[in-house]
Design a protein around this ligand. Sequence first.
Ligand SMILES: Cc1cc2nc3c(=O)[nH]c(=O)nc-3n(C[C@H](O)[C@H](O)[C@H](O)COP(=O)(O)O)c2cc1C
Length: 205
Amino acid sequence: MQDLESLGMKRGLLYETIITTQNKNGTPNAAPIGVVCKNKNEIVLNLFEGTHTLENIKASSKFIVNILKDPLVFVGCTTEDLSYDYFKKHNNDFYIKNTDAFFIASVTSIKGIEKEDNVSKSKMSIVKASADEIIIKKNCVEPLNRAIFAIIESLVYSTRIKIVDEETSQIYAERIHEMSRIVNRVGSLDHKKAMQDILKYIEKR
Ligand SMILES: Cc1cc2nc3c(=O)[nH]c(=O)nc-3n(C[C@H](O)[C@H](O)[C@H](O)COP(=O)(O)O)c2cc1C
């Protein structure tokens, strides 16, 4: 049987996906949402209160996770409502037509929390769900994880940090530290180790 491992999802990592749901009036909704892989069949989402995605998931107790890397889909559904042409139906649920793979997720629990940082407090819901039906549409499927991009960007800065002036070098160091925070949030142990090695390397500069 196919599971999240067959999609290349690894336990503990956070993947950037497009979640499709159905609005109350029957129209499709799509939004970029981070999905944490808990194990072979379970995922967790952290959703801000007020998003259509959360409202629709609360109403139907299910959603579709689209695994794709199309930049126009990511940007299109963030900056505007993605045009109807982008969607297709699987039974009664919408998915993104050109997705590499998708799965239907059934909600197992929703818990409301308040998240606080230095600047603000926000209401969120932690949505746990099981991956029920997995459909692979393209030969090569690789779920999007930001850690490798953050590492490569940091590595590029690390090679330049010694040849720029002090002020620019300071800016590059701050960017690398910001990317290290991303890696710690979304990456694997290998990603975190690689990032630590970059931080050690730039400290010696
Ligand atoms: C790459 C990416 C990942 C995101 N992950 C989340 C997330 O995990 N939870 C969340 O509430 N919003 C997340 N967002 C923000 C939502 O996509 C954004 O608020 C969107 O407008 C919600 O759309 P909706 O109201 O149609 O659901 C993310 C945005 C991007 C670009």
